[in-house]
Write a protein that binds this ligand. Sequence first.
Ligand code: PNS
Length: 159
Amino acid sequence: MRRAVCPGSFDPITYGHLDIIERASRHFDEVIVAVLENRTKSSLFTVAERISMITEVTTKYSNVRIDSWSGLLVDYCKSNDVQSIVKGLRAVSDFDYELQMAQVNLQGSGVETMFMATSPAHSFLSSSLVKELAHYGGDVSSMVPSSINEALKRRVAGK
Ligand code: PNS
């Protein structure tokens, strides 16, 4: 079975992530969306909340499942028979860090990273931007599914 992981912090999941997940699901037998810790970021939603939100917006993809992991991504891949990591590249600014991670992951474990060009419509989109806009009452309805928009509104209102 060709199995890939789409890893990320997904805090929260955006249409940019969903675009990559959907396209990856057409190229692999199974795609695991794995919520991982990014030690350089603090999060707005708990891992359990993120899993629940991702599950809700990916139900239509029959070969996509959701998981979480705290540890190295390559260890997750080894434990779950995952051969490929799929990442979206939005712009050249993503490239340096993503290349570094891909090379470290390849050297350590032989797990390949496949980069997918983000659809131009989503090239500016990031969870951080969405959180910043939502924090100040900006409209993010074109950037995230409606259930995520509602969860963001509740969270920035302190609920
Ligand atoms: O959505 P993000 O925050 O850009 O995702 C980054 C993430 C979580 C995929 C990355 O930080 C990661 O792989 N973390 C797990 C720990 C790990 O394997 N680190 C070494 C990478 S070289």
